[in-house]
Write a protein that binds this ligand. Structure first.
Ligand code: ATP
Length: 243
């Protein structure tokens, strides 16, 4: 079976800025893989290349065996992307937004109402789904967008800071949902996060990105052992050089 993601020697330059510098990694189907790293390390750039939103300057990227540069259209059918800063259409209600996105991404033999019901359960917005998105708090909008990203059960969900801005309980709920989707629906997840607790709890494997390169990679437990650290925060500090 093809790897879910196979990134080889990715580089990305924005003018003089070298955002990615020979970055390589792979993700197996059904894995939750986390990118961590300091601000400006290249995490979002990597996610955007994988989601076919920007092109690499060089290197190759394959999603389930399909070339994300040459066959971007094919790749887009199999993935969803939750950007770090995303908004819903302010004048649509939460329900209308989910309905619109479900229609846009509808797969054959899938019942639209089932997809929307599923999304309603994921976001847990209850009655507030009938209100316009512009009346939602930041966390409520995030929950709506996470629901949008998972409801169609993509082969690969790319989540940039999925629980950003959520309170403890809702962040917990979203993490449980992500885990459930992987287990029950075979979704593969690539996420980026600054929350080490989240990464440790969710991810099968983690890559620490610094200055556009992967500097260490492995299972959270393996990394903690390797760096004699109690948690991933400590690993991070040691590797990036603050401890
Ligand atoms: P953060 O944790 O702060 O979100 P990140 O690891 O996601 O950071 P990126 O957003 O990938 O970092 O940025 C990597 C580098 O590329 C940074 O130096 C950033 O300024 C630069 N960069 C990203 N996008 C652009 C762009 N569109 N134009 C110019 N430079 C960019």
């Amino acid at each position: 079976m093809s790897l879910a993601v196979e990134a080889k020697n990715l580089t990305k330059k924005f003018g003089e800025i070298q955002a990615l510098d020979n970055l390589s990694f792979h993700i197996k189907p059904g894995e939750i893989y986390g990118l961590i790293g300091p601000n400006g390390a290249g995490k979002t750039t990597t996610l955007r290349i994988i989601c076919t939103l920007i092109l690499p300057t060089s290197g190759s990227i394959r999603i389930f065996g399909v070339d994300a540069v040459r066959q971007a259209g094919e790749v887009r059918k199999e993935i969803t992307y939750l950007p770090e800063e995303a908004g819903a259409y302010p004048n649509l209600s939460g329900y209308e937004y989910l309905e619109f996105m479900a229609k846009l991404n509808k797969k054959p033999n899938v019942n639209l109402k089932d997809v929307i019901d599923e999304a309603a359960q994921i976001c847990g917005l209850g009655n507030r789904l009938k209100d316009k998105a512009k009346t939602y708090s930041k966390g409520m909008k995030r929950r709506l967008l996470v629901a949008r990203a998972l409801m169609t059960q993509p082969k690969l969900a790319v989540l940039d800071e999925p629980a950003s801005g959520l309170d403890v309980l809702h962040a917990y709920h979203i993490r449980e949902i992500v885990k459930r989707y992987v287990k029950e629906h075979g979704v593969t997840v690539l996420l980026s996060s600054h929350n080490m607790l989240e990464v440790e709890y969710l991810c099968n494997r983690v890559a620490l990105v610094n200055k556009g390169k992967i500097v260490v990679e492995g299972e959270p437990k393996e990394l903690k052992n390797k760096f004699s650290s109690e948690n991933l925060e400590e690993v991070f500090a040691k590797v990036v050089g603050y401890a």
